[in-house]
Design a protein around this ligand. Structure first.
Ligand code: GTP
Ligand code: MG
Length: 415
């Protein structure tokens, strides 16, 4: 492995060795393997996404018009195999169906963010497998997000700003003004300036064409100044002079898609496909995927350094995690045991209380029954006493009567 402080000596070769063919070997290998490129089109229903894709790749992709009555936004990926000369391109176009159609657009960006993250997650899972097959893995990570801005000539909508802000750390964004033939030249110029100033003031990072490679730095720098590209799409062929061109025909004239004084379509195609496709793929891997991977691994507890900033290998992380996990497990076990003991105590106390309560209730009931009995006996006693009193009274009366009767008989006898 080469490190910066390792001393290197320059030697000259005595003759042809052959490693100067390495770039050619790389090219030939890449060509055989083919390339893959994934485009995400974010824009309102009917804004011209499909037409622009057909115009960009000069073909007719599958097209299904979206309705304006979707309950939410969903993403529809479609993959195609394209070939130009001997180069194969596996192209995936992802459409945002129903974007901008809901009354409450608060969550419209979420399915898009989720989709992008899912593709990163799939790649990460493949990378983390013991038996990886990254060589022939179908990479579905999004390399470019074309954000279609409605040609209002006014300003960006809050949906545009929120969505781009949520996406800018996950994907390369190129904003484009769609259907640019519906806006006048002077309005378009002002609109472009307004959009860029709104993006800057809201801190939205859009993709900048790279200027570090000398071969393309000049064209890329000048194209950066043209953003957002104002594009027109059409697959209609129109005869202009003695040439047939793709254009949109109006009663007052013809808008030629590939005429740079009519719109920026050629600039977009040049930048996206002919000059910076590889940079877009690279940025996706080195910047956006790297950020996702770092956050995800940190979330899972992996670190490159220990608390003293010393390098920390994967093996050490694994051991530390294992210890932490076992410690956690023991603590949880102890907690569970304690919880169980407490529960048993609680249940015992509850049962005791219940038993006591039921005994108390029974005692109360018996007491009540006893009092009731006592009251009844008392009543009976009172009744009996009354009866006895009445009887005694009667007895006294009878006795009194019987005493007075002999006197009367004696009197009669004397007569
Ligand atoms: P959905 O997939 O249904 O969301 O629509 P879309 O965004 O794919 O739009 P599509 O390409 O189907 O175009 C919708 C309509 O706009 C069609 O009638 C197109 O002819 C028209 N259209 C597309 N591009 C342009 C353009 O650049 N300028 C103008 N004026 N019309 C366009
Ligand atoms: Mg479409």
């Amino acid at each position: 492995m080469c490190t910066d402080n390792e001393e290197k000596r320059n030697l000259s070769l005595g003759g042809h060795v052959g490693f100067d063919s390495l770039p050619d070997q790389l090219v030939s290998k890449s060509v055989t393997q083919g390339f893959c490129f994934n485009i995400l089109c974010v824009g309102e229903t009917g804004i011209g996404k499909s037409t622009l894709m057909n115009t960009l790749f000069n073909t007719m992709f599958e097209n299904e018009e979206a309705s304006h009555y979707q309950n939410g936004v969903y993403l529809r990926p479609r993959t195609y195999d394209l070939q130009e000369s001997n180069v194969h391109l596996k192209l995936t176009i992802v459409d945002t169906v129903g974007f901008g159609d809901q009354i409450n657009k608060e969550d419209s960006y979420k399915p898009i963010v989720d989709y992008i993250d899912t593709q990163f997650e799939n790649y990460l899972q493949e990378e983390l497998k013991i038996k990886r097959s990254l060589f022939n893995y179908h990479d579905t990570r999004i390399h470019i997000c074309l954000y279609f801005i409605a040609p209002t000539g006014h300003s960006l909508k809050s949906l545009d700003l929120v969505t781009m802000k949520k996406l800018d750390s996950k994907v390369n964004i190129i904003p484009i003004i769609a259907k640019a033939d519906t806006i006048s030249k002077s309005e378009l110029h002002k609109f472009k300036i307004k959009i860029m100033s709104e993006l800057v003031s809201n801190g939205v990072q859009i993709y900048q064409f790279p200027t570090d490679d000398e071969a393309v730095s000049e064209i890329n720098a000048s194209m950066n100044a043209h953003l957002p590209f104002a594009v027109v799409g059409s697959v209609e062929e129109v005869k202009v002079g003695n040439k047939t061109v793709r254009a949109r025909q109006y009663p007052w004239g013809v808008v030629q898609v590939e005429n740079e004084s009519h719109c920026d379509f050629v600039k977009l195609r040049e930048m996206l496909i002919r000059v910076n496709m590889e940079d877009l793929r690279e940025q996706t891997h080195a910047r956006h995927y790297e950020l996702y991977r770092r956050c995800k691994l940190e979330e899972m507890g992996f670190k490159d350094t220990d608390p003293d900033s010393q390098p920390f290998s994967l093996q050490e992380t694994y051991e530390a995690k294992r210890k932490e996990f076992l410690g956690d497990l023991q603590r949880k076990e102890e907690e569970m045991r304690q919880m169980f003991v407490n529960k048993v105590k609680e249940t015992e106390a509850e049962l005791k209380e219940k038993r006591e309560r039921s005994l108390h209730d029974k005692f109360e009931q018996l007491k009540r029954m006893h009092q009731e009995e006592k009251r009844k006996v008392e009543e009976k006693r009172r009744d009996l006493e009354e009866e006895m009193n009445a009887f005694n009274r009667k007895k006294v009366a009878a006795e009194t009567l019987s005493l007075s009767q002999p006197l009367k008989k004696d009197k009669d006898k004397k007569k």
